[in-house]
Design a protein around this ligand. Structure first.
Ligand code: FES
Ligand code: FES
Length: 226
């Protein structure tokens, strides 16, 4: 028999009400939708205020960092960075970039896109430039890795670092470590002499400030001198 319109509306209201109640059913085993959202809000606030708490409780944070390094599934990894050997416990999925920044406290290598698109994370692996966000740390156990922190030798800036300063090759500076690591590796690459060749070879290093003219001038000065 055909239902009356009032009966259909009544049934729809009951379905909607049941659906609202189902939002309070446990999600992921322990959390209801409402408790999940309220905990998410609390976590955001905690993240915002974490830097202030960090200054007041430096020792506990350091202890947490050590525990973090030994999460289940970690494997022993030995890395040679800037001439020093480091023994770490890392999950196999940890990128070289995160190992440098999070485990070895070498924050000079920057995380821009984390997707291989900006070049901010460029380091040298056996003398060649590599996007460290695209490479797992565990893959580099026999490699010689150089970061921006290891480029200056015996207190002397690398010629590319000095040229960047001389030519104002930066504005905010966020892309600069990657630009300098890329440019210093480029000195050994077989590329043409023109500015356009440098631009092409450095195309993987993005500068949001648009300091490209000065970057190219700095790189060309060093190339002419070597
Ligand atoms: S952070 Fe690695 S390429 Fe952007
Ligand atoms: S100097 Fe700001 S992004 Fe390059």
């Amino acid at each position: 028999m055909r239902k009356s319109r009032d009966t259909e509306l009544l049934e729809k209201n009951e379905e909607a009400s049941a659906s609202d109640q189902s939002n309070e059913r446990p999600l992921f085993g322990r959390f209801s939708r409402r408790s999940f959202l309220s905990q998410l809000g609390a976590a955001s606030i905690a993240a915002t205020t974490a830097p202030l708490a960090h200054a007041a409780a430096a020792a506990p944070v350091a202890a947490e960092a050590t525990e973090k390094a030994a999460v289940p599934g970690s494997v022993p990894v030995t890395l040679r960075i800037n001439g020093q050997t480091h023994q770490l416990m890392l999950e196999p999925r940890v990128t070289l970039l995160d190992a440098l920044r999070e485990n070895l406290q070498l924050p000079g290598t920057k995380k821009g896109c984390d997707h291989g698109q900006c070049g901010a994370c460029t380091v040298h692996v056996n003398g060649r430039r590599v996007n460290s966000c695209l490479s797992f740390a565990v893959m580099h156990q026999d490699d010689e890795i150089t970061t921006i922190e290891g480029l200056a030798l015996n207190g002397e800036l690398h010629p590319v670092q000095a040229a960047f300063i001389e030519h104002d090759g930066f504005q905010c500076g966020y892309c600069t470590p990657g630009q300098i690591m890329s440019a210093s590796a480029l000195l050994k690459e077989p590329i043409g002499k023109e500015d356009a060749d440098v631009r092409e070879a450095m195309a993987g290093n993005i500068c949001r400030c648009g300091a490209y003219n000065n970057i190219v001038a700095a790189v060309q000065q060093v190339r002419r001198a070597v």
